[in-house]
Structure formats: C-alpha cells, structure tokens
Design a protein around this ligand. Structure first.
Ligand SMILES: Nc1nc2c(ncn2[C@@H]2O[C@H](COP(=O)(O)OP(=O)(O)OP(=O)(O)O)[C@@H](O)[C@H]2O)c(=O)[nH]1
Ligand SMILES: [Mg+2]
Length: 384
C-alpha cells in the first residue's frame, strides 16, 4: 500500500483516512529517513521521506509503504489493536494521587532539596541524554515552568533534521523570578543520532564535569579536551550525580539499532562509575488517546504500560526506573497533572543523586594534578 503524505513532523497527519503522528526515527536506506506513522491506539505505518525538508523546515514529504494494525499487548497477551481492546486497565499499574496537595507537596519537597552538607556540593547535577527530538530541553522547560509559576521556554525546543540543542547547558532553576537557585541543575545535551551527535567517547568528559557550560558541540567530532575552557580538575560539585535518559514514547519502537547500541554503550560507561540512571518516557500523551484527554489516567493506560515494558526490555532498565512524563509543548497554562508527573520524576532523580553521594568513595576525593588527562575515560574529581 503506497500513498504520499505531506505533514508536519511529530504532529498529526491525514493518511488513508486515518489520523496519526509522524516521528523521525531511523535510516535504513542511506539518505532516506524512515518515519513511523502511528494512529492513536490503532494503525502503525512505516514510510520513507521522499523529499527534503522544505525551506521553512516545517514540512516533510513522506511516502508510506505500509500501514498495518499496531500490535498491542494487554496483560502479557498480544492482541490486534481494535476499538474493542480496552485502552484503560481496571487497576492502575502505579498509584498516584492527582490532587492539588500532591502537587504542592512535590513542589515543596523539590524546593527544599539540598545535597548533604558533607558533600560540599551545592546542587546535584543531573545529565539529560537521549535521541534528538526526545524532549530533553522540553523537560527542563517543564520543570522551569513549574517553579516560575507559568509556562516558559528558556531552552530552545522543536523539530529539526538534526539535534536542535548544540550547546551543553547546565540549567539552574529558580523558585519564582527573583527566588534563589534550587538544589539541582539540569544539564542539557545535544541529541544522540545514528553515526553522529553525542557519542560514547564524549560521555566520560560530560560525567566528569570537564565540559564547561555553553560548550559548543560539534555533531561530527568528539569533545575536544584541548580546548582552553576544558576543565582538567573539576570539583565534585561539577561532576554528574545522576543521568536521565530521555526517550520519546512515539518512536521508541523504531529507534535504530545504532542508537540503541549507543545508549547501551553510554549506560555501560555510566554504570562503571556507579552513577545512577533514570529513564524518562516522554510524549505519553501522543501514544494513548485517553492520556491525551486526561493525563491522570496515564498509570491505567495499557498502551503506556506496554511502552514502558518494551523500553525496559530494549534498554535493559528495570520498569520501576522508567518514568512516564508529558512535557509542556503547546500549553499556555500550567496543568497540575503535568506538574505531578514531571516533579515525581525529578524527585526520583534527586533521590538517586543522594544515593550516589551516599556511595561516593572517599578514595575518589583525592586530589589529582590533572596532568594525566587522557582522551577518554579519565575523570578527575576533587572536593574543592
Ligand atoms: N506532545 C508532546 N510533545 C513533546 C513532549 N516533549 C517534547 N515535545 C515536543 O517534541 C519536540 C522536541 O522536543 P525538544 O525538547 O526540542 O527535544 P530535544 O530532546 O531537546 O531535542 P534536540 O535538542 O534536538 O536533541 C518539540 O516540538 C516539543 O514541543 C511531550 O511530552 N509531549
Ligand atoms: Mg534540546
């Protein structure tokens, strides 16, 4: 079945009379980039971009070569998607109170968070890693919005042929416009891409705090330790204390093997350093129509649960460490349910950062003279 589509990436399009989302994903045929096209809870179609991006970068030509029912697994059984398949489970697979007081308690808990005094670290450093377009910058914007009290978009977000974020940013979050800085930073990175973008060789420098704020990434070249601003002997306060992988629920099923391998390679490096990892599953509003209507049913959604299980299997991460979120993308006003999911995830990251501090080996706090920095894998940590 072939048909041509013209539509904005990562948004709804019309095809074969059905509505769905497009997400760029993998490149099986050289310069062609395949897309997944997914109807809410129903059809799944695969196609290739047949044209180039138009001048305004907003539209892609897409030739769909197949459309088929999207397999859905409910309670461990594979079932064809159909209107008869219950989208919501009778019993939620995670519990959550969606009340105003839950939101307020989370805001308070996160606002009051500070790393243990003994660490001499003023702010936990959380590194956001993930494929291009997964929602890393949007997650920072979401958290920033919550504490600003209105929707903001400090970090640039959007869809582009390659990662839109091209600078390393250690974002601080303030409580209110003139309030003090909170006890964490969200470190935003360039997206992971097949054959380019952030790579496994870059990760030791990012984890080790060697890379300065606003470092300009080069998608074709690994981080260069010979740049003048490269921090040879960063303090513990600047190293990474928790890593968050950000994965787009819409396209995770069709992530290329190259990207999955890259993520696994990064995880190995991160685990070797005992740094805890969390996975954010973004865009859950785009994989389940019930969730799109009301985010508070996210933990009852069979589709979201299936995505969580699938991701767990694909990346080898435990289900409990995969946290569904919906970032602010088009909203003008804050939404309590968006805040609760985003803050629950952040609280988990901060708890994990605390675990890292608890486990931090005193031996690693020894001074290094910094003269022995090697191209990869050497991270110098001191407490100054
Ligand atoms: N519906 C929906 N859209 C989202 C969500 N998160 C992000 N988006 C949209 O997805 C697109 C990409 O988001 P970004 O935050 O720029 O993604 P990124 O991971 O920073 O991408 P790069 O910087 O290019 O690597 C933007 O158009 C966002 O508005 C979400 O949870 N739901
Ligand atoms: Mg970004």
């Amino acid at each position: 079945m072939k048909s041509s589509l013209l539509g904005p990436p990562h948004s709804r399009v019309e095809a074969q009379g059905a509505r769905g989302n497009i997400g760029n994903s993998y490149s099986p045929h050289g310069t062609d980039r395949a897309v997944s096209y997914e109807e809410f809870g129903g059809l799944e179609a695969y196609g290739y971009l047949t044209g180039t991006f138009c001048a305004d970068l907003d539209y892609k030509d897409i030739e769909v070569y197949t459309i088929r029912d999207k397999p859905v697994v409910i309670s461990g059984k594979r079932a064809d998607a159909s209107p008869n398949v219950p989208r919501l489970k009778e019993t939620a697979w995670r519990t959550m109170e969606w009340t105003v007081s839950t939101r307020d308690d989370l805001v308070r808990e996160v606002s009051e968070y500070r790393p243990l005094d003994s660490t001499k670290v003023p702010q936990a450093q959380i590194l956001l890693l993930g494929p291009a377009g997964a929602g890393k910058s949007s997650y920072f914007n979401t958290i920033n919005s919550i504490f600003r009290g209105h929707v903001t978009s400090q970090a640039v977000t959007g869809i582009a042929p390659h990662s839109l974020t091209n600078k390393f940013r250690r974002y601080e979050v303030r409580s209110g416009r003139d309030g003090g800085a909170l006890g964490f930073r969200l470190c935003d990175t360039m997206g992971l891409e097949d054959g380019q973008g952030l790579g496994v060789a870059d990760i030791p420098y990012l984890l080790g705090g060697n890379v300065p704020d606003r470092y300009q990434f080069n998608p074709a070249v690994s981080i260069d330790p010979s740049i003048p601003e490269f921090k040879v002997k960063p303090p513990l306060a600047e190293t990474i204390h928790c890593v968050t992988f950000v994965i787009d629920a819409c396209v995770m099923s069709v992530l290329s093997q190259g990207i999955v391998d890259k993520i696994k390679g990064l995880r190995t490096k991160i685990n070797e350093r005992g740094i805890p990892t969390v996975v954010l599953l973004t865009k859950v509003d785009e994989v389940c129509p019930e969730v799109a209507k009301d985010l508070s049913v996210v933990y009852s959604s069979a589709f979201v649960q299936e995505k969580v299980k699938e991701l767990s299997g694909r990346l080898g991460v435990s289900v409990s460490n995969i946290l569904p979120v919906k970032n602010y993308a088009t909203e003008m006003e804050l939404d309590r349910r968006v805040d609760i999911l985003a803050l629950t995830a952040l609280r988990q990251m901060l708890r994990f950062a605390d675990n890292y501090f608890d486990d931090f080996d005193e031996d690693q706090e020894e001074e290094h003279d910094g003269s022995d920095v090697e191209p990869v894998d050497i991270i110098h940590v001191s407490t100054n």
